[in-house]
Structures are given as structure tokens and as C-alpha cells.
Design a protein around this ligand. Structure first.
Ligand code: NAD
Ligand code: DAU
Length: 336
């Protein structure tokens, strides 16, 4: 039994990770989350009564509060998911990205060092490597060339984790994963946005020519990879995680339309995202060879399963799409 402090456990990937740990291990989980627009306790309503699970509403930017949380719960391991995670929002305003992703990560590193956490797992992204041309894949040795305020702030956090390992000898590991999809993803991201809009008969806003490429991975495969790194990864190492499923955005959108029986007339090509990265693709050889992890789902099977989940959980996404989400949608998409 390990006492694991998970940050951002009320978000998309964090909630899937907490559920996976509770199902497959005997570990104790402390979920620290500020419940921003992206955090939703409903994502974990099925496990909230589990005696091995504790929720703490707290902001990782607050050093005094984090010191108290770490003193009280004395975690052995930290798995750090909490972040501002949406590129489009970082284009509209980068402030929260710097505060949570950069400052918040340093606050956690300091709190972890003070109570001598045995391992700090930092969950990062392929976007730190920038954009690829038509060929090649990112390896862990690819240069860090972030292009958006989001990816720049994640790169900043990766470098702080690297420094904590190098300077203070902290046992820290970094994972960098490609685009996730699956249950409980906030419908501002491509796949859940397109599914929800299609189910409501609304237009599907495709940026630019729709030929940007992402390497899609099911969230459960990402969570299994993070957990393999937590248990078996080498201290100070970086592990790339990819789904081996490169698809152009327009192909994904058409697959979603086919699943819901919607017509092509719903597709609306809109003004491109500023600084839009053209292509991501991950080389996951290191984690596959060293830790024996590999993705378990094909993209087509995972997408269909995810589509069914959104059909069956319409009340969930209708609720998260009400209120403040509408204001963001207007700001991001009006006049495009
Ligand atoms: P998300 O936006 O769904 O969830 C983020 C969570 O962090 C929310 O629960 C939110 O309330 C919490 N949070 C935000 N600011 C906080 C703060 N200051 N203090 C405490 N909690 C705070 O994000 P996600 O898509 O689940 O991503 C989780 C992590 O994985 C992020 O670090 C992201 O960079 C990384 N990542 C995401 C993807 C992807 O495709 N979604 C891919 C690779 C890496
Ligand atoms: O690559 C990993 C990253 O994937 C994570 O680090 C981020 O947290 C996560 O948000 C995601 O970033 P992207 O910008 O790639 O994801 P998003 O779902 O926003 O967009 C995927 C692609 O779809 C991208 O090329 C932009 C395009 N897109 C997106 C939206 C929201 C559209 O064409 N229309 C849209 O409305």
C-alpha cells in the first residue's frame, strides 16, 4: 500500500487515473484539486465513498496551503496532473497558465522536498517538442520548442522538475503524452466537442484546412503508462507516451459524423488557431522497451467506445456545457 497524492484528480485524465488506482491497487489516494471550470467531482462520484480515497479542495499555487496538505497527508508519492490544459484558452489569456503550470509545479516540488516524498511524477505533454513536418516522430532527445503559451508553460514546469532532480537529488520522473480522448473529457477539446455538437445538430468548427495531425491515445492507456512510470521508471528520466494513431483532424471529424449518422454539411472550416502546430507523433520506444508498456486499444475501437459514452452520459456534458462554458465558446469561436 502506497499513499499517493494526485493533483488535478477531478479533471479528465486525473479522474481516470484515480479510478484506475482504486480498481487495480490497494493504494491510498489523496486527490488535491482546486475545481476550476475543468474540475468536476461528478467525474468521481462512483468512488467518493471508498475509504482509500480522500478529496481535498486546494489550489496548488498556494504554498502555505500545500505545506499544510503535505504535512497532514504525508504522501509517499506525488502524481502531478493539475494544470490549465487547453491551448485555445492560453491564446486568449496566458496568465493562469503561468501561475498554475509553472508556479504551481514549483510549489509542489518544494512541498514534496520538505516532507521527503519518495517520487514525484510529472505529467507533461508532447507539445513541449513543438511541431513536426510530414515525417519523423518526437523522441525524448528532441529539442524543446514549445509554440503556444500552454506548451511554453508546460515546458517551464518540465524544466523545474528536471532542476529539482539535478540540484536537489529529488527522485522525479517526467511523462510526455500525445492527445488523449475518452470518458470525462471536457467538451472544449476536439473529440468531445465534435461529438457533443454533432449530437445536438450544431456546426463542427474545424480549424484551418483540417489537415493538422494528432497522435491519439485512449486515456486509460495513458493512465496505465503513467502508472508504469510511477512504479518502474528510472529517476530523472523522461518517458514519451504515444498511441501510434496519427490522424488528420478532418478524418477524425468525419469518423465522428459517421458514428452519429450526421451529414458533411455540419462541418464548418473556420479561421485557424494562431500558431497552430501542424503535426505531432510520438516515439514511445523507451517506455515500451524499458517498462513493457504498450497501448491496448486501436483508435477506431476507442473512438466508438467514447462516442457511446457521450451518448450515454448526455446529462454530464450538457451540465458542464452550461454557464461559464457558453461565455468561453462565444469568445473563442465568434467571428472565426
Ligand atoms: P483538465 O483540464 O481536464 O484537468 C485539469 C485539472 O486540474 C482540473 O481538475 C482542475 O480543476 C485542476 N486544476 C487546475 N488548476 C489548478 C490549481 N491551480 N490547483 C489545483 N488544481 C487545479 O486536464 P487534463 O486534460 O486531464 O490534463 C491533465 C494533465 O495531463 C495536464 O497536466 C496536461 O498538461 C497533461 N496532458 C494532457 C493531455 C490531453 O490530451 N488532455 C495530453 C498530454 C498531457
Ligand atoms: O498533444 C497533447 C495535448 O493535446 C495536451 O497537452 C493538451 O492538454 C490537450 O488539450 C491537447 O492539445 P491540442 O491543442 O492538440 O488539442 P485540441 O483538442 O484542442 O485540438 C486537437 C486538434 O483539433 C488541433 O489540431 C486543433 C483542432 N481543433 C480543435 C478544436 C477545439 C479544431 O479543428 N477545432 C476545434 O474546435
Amino acid at each position: 500500500m502506497t499513499r499517493i497524492l494526485v493533483t488535478g484528480g477531478a479533471g479528465f485524465i486525473g479522474s481516470n487515473y484515480v479510478r484506475l488506482l482504486l480498481e487495480r491497487s490497494n493504494d491510498e489516494i489523496v486527490n488535491v484539486d482546486a475545481l476550476t471550470y475543468a474540475g468536476n467531482l461528478e467525474n468521481l462520484s462512483d468512488v467518493e465513498d471508498d475509504p482509500r480515497y480522500t478529496f481535498v479542495r486546494a489550489d496548488i499555487r498556494d504554498a502555505a496551503v500545500m505545506a499544510q496538505v503535505f504535512d497532514e497527508h504525508r504522501p509517499e508519492v506525488v502524481v502531478h496532473f493539475a494544470a490549465e490544459s487547453h491551448v485555445d484558452r492560453s491564446v486568449l489569456d496566458a496568465t493562469a497558465f503561468v501561475q498554475t503550470n509553472v508556479v504551481g509545479t514549483q510549489v509542489l516540488l518544494d512541498a514534496s522536498r520538505r516532507v521527503r516524498v519518495a517520487r514525484f511524477v510529472h505529467v507533461s505533454t508532447d507539445e513541449v517538442y513543438g511541431s513536426l513536418g510530414p515525417t519523423g516522430r518526437f523522441t525524448e532527445d528532441s529539442p524543446l520548442q514549445p509554440n503556444s503559451p500552454y506548451s511554453a508553460s508546460k515546458t517551464g514546469s518540465d524544466l523545474l522538475v528536471r532542476a529539482a532532480h539535478h540540484t536537489h537529488g529529488m527522485d522525479a520522473v517526467i511523462t510526455r503524452c500525445s492527445n488523449n480522448y475518452g470518458p470525462y473529457q471536457f467538451p472544449e477539446k476536439l473529440i468531445p466537442l465534435m461529438i457533443a455538437n454533432a449530437l445536438e445538430g450544431r456546426q463542427l468548427p474545424v480549424y484551418g484546412d483540417g489537415r493538422n495531425v494528432r497522435d491519439w491515445i485512449h486515456v486509460e492507456d495513458h493512465c496505465l503508462a503513467v502508472d508504469a512510470v510511477r512504479r518502474l521508471g528510472r529517476a530523472g528520466e523522461v518517458y514519451n507516451i504515444g498511441g501510434d494513431a496519427e490522424r488528420e483532424n478532418i478524418v477524425v471529424v468525419r469518423q465522428i459524423l459517421a458514428l452519429c449518422g450526421g451529414g458533411e454539411e455540419l462541418i464548418q472550416f473556420v479561421t485557424d488557431r494562431p500558431g497552430h502546430d501542424r503535426r505531432y507523433a510520438m516515439d514511445s520506444t523507451r517506455i515500451q522497451q524499458e517498462l513493457g508498456w504498450r497501448p491496448t486499444r486501436t483508435f477506431e475501437a476507442g473512438l466508438e467506445e467514447t462516442f457511446r459514452w457521450y451518448v450515454d452520459h448526455r446529462a454530464w456534458w450538457e451540465r458542464v456545457r452550461s454557464g461559464a462554458y457558453q461565455e468561453y465558446y462565444q469568445r473563442n469561436y465568434a467571428g472565426r
